[in-house]
Design a protein around this ligand. Sequence first.
Ligand code: KG4
Ligand code: ZN
Length: 331
Amino acid sequence: MKILGIESSCDETAAAIVENGRIILSSVVASQIEIHAKYGGVVPELASRKHIESIVAVVDESIKNAGITFEEIDAVAATQGPGLVGALLTGFSFAKAFAWARKLPFIGVDHLEGHMLSVFLNEKGPEFPYVALLASGGHTSLYLVKSYTDFEPLGHTRDDAAGEAYDKVSKMLGLGYPGGAVIDNLAASGDHRKIKFPKPFLDKESFDFSFSGLKSAAARYIQENKETYKCQLEDIAASFQESVTEVLTYKLIRAAVENGCSHIAITGGVAANRGLRQKATREAEKNGLTIHIPDISLCGDNAAMIASSGYYRLLKNITCPLDTDVYSRKP
Ligand code: KG4
Ligand code: ZN
């Protein structure tokens, strides 16, 4: 079964064709980063307009790259939420129209569930139940994934998301937006022992996170070292990254152990982080856990994960009527 997936929840217009939930026949991502970078963050109105301009070409390209015809598409899946409502509506409405015109099943997919299933794309994937860390620009959560359609929340961030903290610290350091990859690169040549940043919530029993205090600590450090911080960018990046990745890894491993899971996954834009990938892999090994991390191209927003999630929903006959609406926050 070949599913057309469409993603437009934030600043990427994406379309993909995925076969049987796993095999990526094509995955096209048109990023709007250049447009939003000069504003230091995503401007919702600009994002919606750009999605409208790009969606037809992106879908056309995904079908062409997959080497299939329109007639070979069996169903259409699109991101229903969470995200920016105007942006979501563009892809969701386009997908509905496509499904209606071709009389195909239409499936609304949760963006976060899509990220957590991205570990099955082109891979064997984890055994159920597994614990998934979802760390992106808008969310940082741990879930117990019991099946392709059953996700039990274990903890969430109480304030900033991990990716958001990266983006804000990058902005403070004058390194632009988005900041995750920039800080990750700098951290590789820095010494994480140079600055002691807090490791928020590390000692707390719960699986919740908090990153705003860490962000403030970084802001304070920059303020107190106004004259010299520009010569310490690598050490600041490495020390900040050490705090974030330590908390994420520690809670992920503990959640797996406490829930009796032998498989774990790290997903979402922040899963591209080299420091996190290394630390989580090392700790998983120490604890006898099997870790699953998507290819870097599948960590950020993409439509292959939406098509995949759509496939598993369709297998359970979970489709959407065409008057279904999008949602900005997970209901
Ligand atoms: O999943 P995603 O593409 O979009 C959302 O759904 O939010 O995640 C984007 C976030 C941004 O905050 C970006 O700075 C962060 O992921 N990110 C990274 C890295 N690459 C992207 N954070 C840390 N290290 C990276 N290498
Ligand atoms: Zn995302």
